[in-house]
Write a protein that binds this ligand. Structure first.
Ligand code: C2E
Ligand code: MG
Ligand code: MG
Ligand code: MG
Length: 286
């Protein structure tokens, strides 16, 4: 009997494994056609200046509308896109779509900034040239664009990364280090790599209003970032207490559900229009 049970369990295990494998194959197959079928959309999440309360830019975040599964979150398909190399094509679509929106939304004298996520797998020698021609095509000043990268891009081939980031920055484009403080990321990166902004990971912000350790970590990240002349952005800001704390410790910008979730292009455009008629009203704790 025990033997039979063991065998059943084994069969159960293999069948659930093969179900997962089949699931993955099916997602991958659908992902291959998603661009052509126009199933991707960009959402945009506002970024706010903590001193003035002004809307200073947004981050473009991809959404996949799957005909059967509904909305598939990026964390469920970006890793597949990276492993299969599909991220190169998808990433190019994201760049073009985000830059086109930016050119439609803002005038020449606006400083509204568009942040775009960039996978390590997307980086190759062509990127600086591609960026240059896209900026030309949409008549955009590089200063209005930020590429969000993660440490994985920096650690694999540091010298190559420095070289390429330097070329990209010479177009005026800003480089932001995303999810800072997670993984193996260390403060020494700030000395080594050409960067403009630091995005403090959501995990430190999440509990900061009830956890002194998180405040201490965030404070020291901000102090070090200031030393290197980097702009700091806190990710995942969800409540007023976090806003107040971040103001107190001198964080420059915030992004998070407190102000707005990521929204479709039309809604983002409305927010931009509203902001030109006056400064945004941040609800302060006072
Ligand atoms: P990320 O770049 O760190 O983006 C921030 C994520 O945090 C977004 O998740 C956003 O919706 C979420 N978020 C923002 N504010 C809050 C908040 O207050 N609370 C909570 N709980 N979450 C918040 P999303 O849109 O699901 O994207 C997840 C990740 O997928 C992104 O993390 C990024 O690494 C990747 N990704 C998204 N779009 C792209 C893209 O176009 N290209 C590439 N390569 N990666 C992308
Ligand atoms: Mg990001
Ligand atoms: Mg992030
Ligand atoms: Mg992330």
């Amino acid at each position: 009997l025990a033997k039979e049970n063991g065998r059943n369990r084994y069969e159960f295990f293999t069948s659930s494994l093969s179900r997962m494998a089949a699931e993955r194959v099916s997602l991958e197959r659908d992902l291959r056609n998603a661009l052509q079928k126009k199933q991707f959309e960009l959402f945009y999440q506002p970024q706010i200046d903590l001193k003035t309360g002004e809307l200073i830019g947004c981050e473009a975040l991809i959404r996949w509308h799957h005909p059967k599964r509904g909305r598939v979150p990026p964390d469920a398909f970006i890793p597949i896109a990276e492993e299969t190399g599909l991220i190169v094509e998808i990433g190019h679509w994201v760049l073009e779509e985000a830059l086109q929106q930016l050119s439609l939304w803002t005038t020449d004298n606006s400083s509204f900034n568009m942040a775009i996520n960039f996978s390590a797998r997307q980086f190759n020698e062509d990127v600086p040239e591609v960026m240059k021609s896209l900026l030309q095509k949409y008549q955009i000043d590089g200063k209005k664009v930020t590429l969000e990268i993660t440490e994985s891009l920096l650690i694999k081939q540091p010298d190559q990364a420095i070289n390429m980031l330097t070329k990209i920055r010479s177009l005026g484009i800003n480089i932001a280090l995303d999810d800072f403080g997670t993984g193996f990321s260390s403060l020494s990166y700030l000395k080594k790599f050409p960067l403009d902004k630091l995005k403090i990971d959501r995990s430190f912000i999440k509990e900061m209003h009830r956890n002194k350790d998180d405040i201490a970590i965030t404070k020291s990240i901000i102090a070090t970032a200031k030393h290197f002349d980097l702009t700091t952005i806190a990710e995942g800001v969800e409540n007023e207490q976090q806003v107040t704390l971040l103001q107190e410790i001198g964080c420059d910008h915030i992004q998070g559900y407190f102000y707005s979730k990521p929204v479709p292009a039309f809604d983002m455009q409305q927010k931009i229009k509203q902001n030109t008629s006056g400064k945004l009203q941040l609800v302060f704790a006072s």
